[in-house]
Design a protein around this ligand. Structure first.
Ligand code: ATP
Length: 239
């Protein structure tokens, strides 16, 4: 495994009395794609939201670049280079594609590099370029998902967190999104991927963790988990 860029140490997150994430430990190596798989309600989104500071852990550390993110605000965390592309394609529905992307760069001041990053996003997602002026709510589900990922890329992240990027997409688009995730890795971005589609996630990931009711129960390379009997039974439909 490459040197970790992000480490979760004994992270615990609550919603009031509900203990959603129960002391998890994870390491995400620089340049890796790491998948986090698990059933509905296992705590996957809670883990991502805790990393980006939308939720605060009650206990534990999230070490990134020598800092403990548990003490940083969400805006500081984006500036430091970690960005979440949220579940449910939370794009701004009434804004154009271009304006949605522009908002992704809101913490940045480096105009020249921002202009280059528009080019980068549009070359990854030519469909977004064709629909530059279209308002986001009129995009198809797959296009909105691309826009959510593109917007996250406009923050120039070192670590990109993807929450269910393939949710609700047709099989062809699922393939396309996973290919794009590999392309984003090639740009040097480290990726933490949360997915219900365990098969595609494990095929794509260098390493993966299984989360069950708030606890990590298994970890290994994507390949190891694809052939693990328990994973096959629980998440791959026993195939
Ligand atoms: P899914 O794939 O269904 O989104 P998940 O693995 O991402 O599932 P989380 O959304 O992180 O799971 O939820 C973990 C637990 O925390 C669940 O028991 C859920 O009911 C609870 N939970 C999530 N959000 C809240 C909230 N805002 N208030 C109270 N409980 C919550």
């Amino acid at each position: 495994m490459p040197k970790p860029i992000l480490e979760l140490k004994d992270v615990n997150t609550y919603y009031g009395m509900i203990h959603a994430v129960k002391g998890i430990n994870m390491e995400i190596g620089k340049g890796e794609i790491v998948a986090l798989i698990g059933s509905n309600g296992a705590g996957k989104s809670t883990t991502l939201n805790t990393i980006v500071g939308l939720l605060k852990p009650k206990k534990g550390q999230i070490i990134y670049d020598g800092n403990d993110l548990a003490h940083c605000s969400a805006a500081e965390i984006v500036k430091m280079g970690i960005c979440l592309s949220p579940e449910g394609r939370e794009v701004f529905p009434d804004l154009s594609v271009q304006d949605n992307l522009k908002l992704g760069a809101f913490t940045r001041k480096d105009k020249v590099k921002i202009a280059q990053d528009y080019e980068k996003v549009y070359s990854l997602f030519p469909r977004l370029f064709e629909r530059k002026t279209q308002v986001a709510k009129t995009l198809s589900g797959g296009e909105q998902q691309m826009l959510a990922i593109g917007r996250a890329l406009m923050s120039d992240p070192k670590v990109l967190l993807l929450d269910e990027p393939s949710l609700g997409l047709s099989p062809n688009l699922v393939m396309l999104i996973f290919d794009l995730i590999k392309d984003i890795k090639k740009l040097g971005v480290t990726i933490l991927l949360v997915e219900q589609n365990a098969k595609m996630a494990l095929k794509t990931a260098d390493r993966a963790y299984v989360l069950e009711t708030g606890r990590i129960t298994l970890e290994g390379t994507g390949k190891q988990l694809l052939t693990d009997d328990n994973v096959r039974k629980a998440y791959l439909g026993n195939i």
